[in-house]
Design a protein around this ligand. Structure first.
Ligand SMILES: *[C@@H]1O[C@H](CO)[C@@H](O)[C@H](O)[C@H]1NC(C)=O
Ligand SMILES: *[C@@H]1O[C@H](CO)[C@@H](O)[C@H](O)[C@H]1NC(C)=O
Ligand SMILES: *[C@@H]1O[C@H](CO)[C@@H](O)[C@H](O)[C@H]1NC(C)=O
Length: 404
């Protein structure tokens, strides 16, 4: 009997799934501090330290930006290290590290994990050899909610009432370099304004449309990645239906050969290989207005369906995301962010969208990591560098199809 129990104990010990340690860096939304998430350090002992540095460290750093005493196998820490977004975005179009590195060092001075802030500017092309025969519906695709709602002056996102409109820290180029491939664009038209075409958040102008389009062109030109340019809502200036026609024609002349054109049948069932067989065309114009799509069906794609819960609190958002039906054969996006009510916007109890994002972004990352990632298609978030969504999506895409 005793021998039997030993055998059981032995089996349980070794059959236990391998627990891979994991350390990840994110950037908080409100004050842009570096955050550390660590998991599965099962050999943790008191005295283990995580160091942050501003360069790729060789050995144990003598003057780190900050050091943090690890408090268990897993944990989370918002540090005092500040991340500054740089404009123009100069982090480069190659995958890899920039600005901040992290090192896990055990109490006996052994370095057991190193990571950094990462960018994923070429993740789709990196997967082409193995996954090129799949359509975009088969991938997990990071996206940004209200992608044009950023200011290159970071301080503005915390000023009332703009703090209820700005949803991103990175400009469009920065979002794409970080790994987002779905952009949520709300075009607006103002007859009497200089640029006429804008990207709005509701009734508030965010960027001239051409500023946003230029960055998408620059990105696809340099990386050849595929970008879904999702047009929807059309909040201002579209009461005259012919405005849609003008918009489509404007985009056609501006994006030109960069527009992915379907043959009029395949659309979202086009494989990645089919899309990239064209030398330039990488921008998918997903137009959320059926009659316009039919009118221009050789250059537009049907819109991306958005699962938007309109939730103000984490428990409500979490419950909503768990219940979303993602079985559609068409691309569909979880809108994984909180939405303030009109009263919230008037009375400012939440300190704005950046604070709301800090409240949910890491919980969202955990929810997708533990439960929802495999069934998700597009996942759109606020302040994307405050989530681990890109890292999780890229890894899951690789793993889903067993490539390394
Ligand atoms: C942590 O370990 C568990 C098994 O112990 C595993 O299921 C999980 O995927 C690991 N998490 C990460 C992020 O590696
Ligand atoms: C993709 O499809 C083409 C044409 O059917 C085939 O030749 C190729 O082997 C496929 N690639 C992979 C990785 O399955
Ligand atoms: C709509 O716009 C078109 C073109 O700008 C114009 O010719 C037409 O008169 C407008 N229709 C209405 C009802 O305003």
């Amino acid at each position: 009997m005793v021998v039997f129990l030993y055998v059981i104990a032995f089996l349980v010990h070794f059959v236990k799934p391998q627990s891979t340690p994991y350390l990840s860096l994110t950037v908080s939304a409100k004050w842009n501090n570096i955050e550390i998430t660590y998991r599965n350090f099962s050999n943790y002992s008191p005295g283990d330290i995580i160091f942050l540095t501003d360069h790729d460290p060789v050995g144990i750093p003598s003057s780190p930006l900050e050091e943090y005493r690890v408090e268990g196998e897993q944990g989370y820490k918002r540090t005092h290290v500040h991340y500054s977004y740089s404009y123009p975005t100069i982090v480069g179009m190659t995958s890899g590290c920039h600005k901040i590195w992290a090192l896990y060092v055990t109490s006996v001075g052994e370095i057991i994990y190193k990571t950094c802030l990462k960018n994923y500017p070429t993740w789709m092309n990196d997967m082409l050899p193995n996954l090129g025969n799949l359509s975009l519906r088969s991938f997990i695709i990071p996206g940004t909610h209200d992608s044009g709602s950023y200011r290159e002056n970071q301080a503005m996102k915390n000023m009332y009432p703009l703090n209820y409109y700005i949803t991103q820290d990175d400009n469009i180029l920065g979002q794409l370099i970080h790994g987002a491939r779905y952009l949520d664009i709300r075009p607006a038209y103002y007859e009497d304004s200089k640029d006429k075409w804008y990207v709005n958040h509701d009734f508030v102008i965010q960027q001239p449309l051409t500023v946003v389009m230029d960055q998408v062109i620059q990105f696809v030109k340099e990386t050849k990645e595929v970008v879904i340019f999702g047009l929807k809502e059309f909040p201002v200036g579209f009461s005259n239906f012919s405005r849609h026609t003008q918009l489509v024609e404007f985009m056609e002349s501006y994006f030109g050969d960069y527009i992915v054109r379907s043959n009029g049948f395949s659309y979202w069932s086009m494989t990645l290989n089919e899309i990239v067989s064209h030398p330039k065309a990488r921008i998918i114009l997903a137009y959320d207005k059926e009659s316009i799509f039919y009118e221009y069906r050789l250059m537009l794609f049907p819109g991306v369906f958005q699962h938007w819960g309109n939730k103000r609190t984490w428990p409500a958002l979490e419950a909503y995301l768990r219940k979303v039906q993602r079985s559609s054969i068409f691309p569909n996006s979880d809108m994984a962010e909180l939405t303030p009510s009109a009263w919230d916007v008037l009375t400012n109890p939440h300190g704005g969208l950046s604070q709301m994002a800090d409240d949910v972004n890491l919980r969202l990352s955990n929810l997708y990591e533990n439960e929802l990632l495999r069934e998700a298609n597009i996942i759109s978030v606020d302040f994307i560098r405050g989530t681990r969504i890109v890292e999780l999506a890229v890894k899951a895409n690789e793993k889903r199809f067993n490539i390394q």
